[in-house]
Write a protein that binds this ligand. Structure first.
Ligand code: SAM
Ligand code: SF4
Length: 322
């Protein structure tokens, strides 16, 4: 079992396979073009897998593949199959913008993928274009349908933004409710890479919008889930991820591995240690040592909480996978 320096059990590893993305969401990526990390600096699937194996052996029970846009990296289905074949009861999931899912959803399911979180911030094509800086909505909706049809469990992630998609939060909830997908609204996390004008809605504001049409009650929070869930009168549950709340980190169970091999204990802080040399030289003992060192130094809480005056993070979501 992996236990961090604050006595939290860590059993969830998020692995970014690329920082590249085919979208430029205004809450995540800079508007101006920038250069990507050269492909040769990325860890191969084989080396990422070596670390995933170590983590599973040490107690990780859930692996989520993310990015950037993970579906941009070729051969993702074979990578998923490697993990599935190693331990088929691992909770194996992916987070994607959905654009490329229509082609690959079935292949991913066949490889052993169980769940998919898809980002959907709007149901209006022009708004989707404004957020992602590209005409994306039809393909994303097709992707969601393809994932569901393939038998993958679908969750929708939505980042509510002032003046952008705040009028659509009820429509998005209803879109998900009708199809039996869970929707989770994620509070915008301020960061240096987002558009300067980007302003998010906090949990209270999101709840007020939903309350304009539906009555709901909070549900007792389930262990380490970052989502506070709420139940409508008909039993449908939606979630809000509230990183600005002071108690958000108290049962954090996750660590993150970037595509370049940096192991990150907390989304907010700059601290990270590289496992690249260890896995490339097959030094598994060293990889375990680095994992334990990172856990020991996992911060007690992030800095998005209300008592930190809305400080922003220099960490890019497209590098860490969110
Ligand atoms: N490209 C994939 C996607 O968009 O789903 C995976 C990577 S993306 C960085 C992972 C999640 O982070 C997405 O659900 C996205 O909405 C969320 N995200 C990105 N920037 C964010 C921010 N500033 N605040 C809150 N959530 C953010
Ligand atoms: Fe790309 Fe996901 Fe970031 Fe949007 S949120 S720019 S889809 S990595």
């Amino acid at each position: 079992m992996l236990i961090d320096g604050h006595n939290r059990v860590v059993d969830y590893l998020r692995v970014s396979v690329t920082e590249r993305c085919n979208f430029r969401c205004q809450y995540c990526m800079p508007e101006k073009p920038f250069s990507w990390v050269p492909k040769e600096n990325l860890l191969s699937y084989e080396d990422l897998f070596k670390f995933i194996k170590v983590s599973i052996d040490e107690g990780v029970k859930k692996v989520r593949i993310t990015g950037g846009e993970p579906l941009l990296r070729e051969g993702l289905d074979s990578f998923i199959k490697m993990i599935y074949d190693y331990k088929n009861d691992i909770d194996l999931a992916i987070t994607t913008n959905g654009f490329l899912l229509p082609k690959v959803a079935q292949k991913l399911k066949d490889a052993g993928l169980k769940r998919v979180n898809i980002s959907l911030d709007t149901l209006i094509p022009e708004v989707a274009h404004k957020i992602a800086q590209k005409d994306v909505l039809n393909k994303v909706l097709e992707g969601i349908e393809a994932a569901s049809k393939a038998g993958l469990k679908v969750k929708i992630n939505c980042v509510p933004m002032k003046g952008i998609n705040d009028k659509e939060l009820v429509d998005l909830l209803e879109y998900c409710k009708e199809r039996n997908y869970t929707i989770r609204y994620i509070e915008f996390m301020e960061n240096h890479h987002a558009k300067d004008s980007a302003k998010g809605l906090n949990s209270q504001q999101i709840q007020e919008i939903i309350a304009s049409k539906y009555k709901f009650e909070p549900v007792i929070r389930d262990g380490s889930s970052p989502s506070q869930n709420y139940k409508l009168e008909d039993g449908y549950e939606f979630g809000i991820i509230e990183p600005h709340k002071a108690d958000f980190c108290s049962d954090c169970n996750r660590i993150r591995l970037t595509a370049e091999g940096f192991l990150i204990p907390c989304l907010y802080f700059e601290d990270a240690l590289s496992i690249k040399d260890a896995v490339e030289s097959n030094n598994i003992d060293e990889a375990v040592e680095i994992l334990k060192k990172v856990l020991k130094n996992k911060p007690e809480k992030n800095k998005w909480s209300e008592d930190d005056n809305g400080e922003t993070s220099a960490r890019a979501f497209y590098k860490t996978g969110g």
